[in-house]
Write a protein that binds this ligand. Structure first.
Ligand SMILES: *Cc1c(COP(=O)(O)O)cnc(C)c1O
Length: 352
């Protein structure tokens, strides 16, 4: 491999969580850990969040949910919202995973594997994103059916939820109104959803009326800001992608990071990496190496920071993403799983 490594500052991560939990209160904060905890490494991230007092984890799929349960033990609430096969459902039920349900057929399948275990579910209304979720015109019949299955002891409707675009306040406001209608209709059908959740990072951090009982924080927990917007105060990138100096030429320094590590080749020439001598332009990106403009005193074994919190003058993942028209999460999760993750655990003062 190239020699690149991802250094994850768990103290910084916990400080971000403290800040986000402080903002969200009295709503609770869910930590979303899809895509191997946004590339940070699932197990260590879940353990750090649990130690920080996080009770809710957003796992996306069944395999991730079961792995989260192994780390947290009983006590934590684990939410998984991708549709599962019957085998996966059985495993998720054994691990006491709360299932996000946005499809009438899926609700029936959950009831069918339940055998009277009152499996916990959160029902999803489509508030306009059209990704998944029950359309408003079908919601009345859906919650009626859910109430029957709850009365029969097959499911327990703990929550109602949705997902919003968080691109324009106006669209989000319309989605929020549709969400409130859906909650009222569910209550009129006799359901008592005590966990209502709508917001991810951006709306959850900025807009109190979107927090309800729970906010699903992904990107901000890892310090990844939204494209086109500043970082919320107290939220700082938790990971630094580091690459060693391998060879020194007069006009270019070769460093060990390349496209095989997941660095998009289109970034060549677009930005400065952080070096011990300050920011220097990244000139070229090859498969396992890249080249950077030299700095005074450069030595083999020095490390450059490709992205991170900015300690060596490097850009953040979102800064990089903006130069190629994508989002910070994309830059993070493209990082190859073969790049070693290393963890620093020093407590960070942070706020909160
Ligand atoms: C990814 C995801 C989140 C987290 O979104 P961020 O913008 O990264 O905070 C929340 N909810 C759902 C359903 C998601 O898929």
């Amino acid at each position: 491999m190239s020699g690149a490594r991802l250094s994850v500052d768990l103290g910084r991560f916990r400080a971000n969580l403290r800040e986000l939990r402080r903002r969200a209160a009295p709503a609770e904060a869910m930590l979303v850990v899809k895509c191997d905890a946004y590339g940070h490494g699932l197990d260590r991230i879940v353990a750090a969040a649990a130690a920080e007092g996080v009770r809710w984890f957003g796992a996306f799929d069944s395999a991730t949910a079961v792995r989260v349960r192994k780390v947290t033990g009983d006590g934590a609430r684990i939410f998984a919202w991708v549709t599962m096969t019957d085998d996966e459902l059985t495993r998720a039920a054994q691990a006491s995973v709360t299932l996000g349900v946005g499809d009438a057929g899926y609700l029936e399948r959950i009831a069918a594997v339940s055998r009277g275990r009152a499996l916990p579910v959160h029902l999803k209304i489509d508030t306009g994103l059209h990704r998944s979720g029950i359309r408003p015109e079908a919601w009345g019949a859906f919650v009626q059916r859910a109430a029957e299955l709850e009365a029969a002891g097959e499911i327990r409707v703990d929550g109602v939820w949705s997902h919003i675009a968080e691109v324009s306040d106006r669209d989000d406001d319309i989605a929020r109104a549709a969400f409130l209608d859906a909650v009222s209709i569910a209550e009129a059908a006799g359901l008592r959803p005590t966990v209502r959740h709508l917001a991810a990072s951006a709306a959850g951090a900025a807009r109190p009326e979107f927090r309800f009982d729970l906010v699903r924080f992904g990107a901000f927990a890892y310090g990844i800001r939204s494209a086109g917007a500043p970082s919320p105060d107290g939220v700082v990138p938790t990971a630094t992608l580091l690459a060693p100096v391998i060879e020194i030429g007069e006009r270019a320094v070769t460093v060990g990071v390349g496209t095989l590590d997941g660095l998009p080749a289109t970034l060549a020439g677009c930005f400065d990496v952080g070096t011990p001598g300050g920011p220097r332009r990244l000139l070229r990106i090859d498969r396992v190496t890249s080249t950077v403009r030299p700095w005074p005193g450069v030595a083999v074994g020095d490390e450059v920071a490709v992205w991170g919190p900015g300690a060596l003058g490097e850009p953040s993942p979102t800064d990089l993403a903006e130069t190629i028209g994508t989002v910070g999460e994309e830059v993070m999760v493209r990082l190859s799983p073969l790049v070693p993750r290393e963890y620093r655990v020093r407590r960070h003062p942070g706020r909160g």
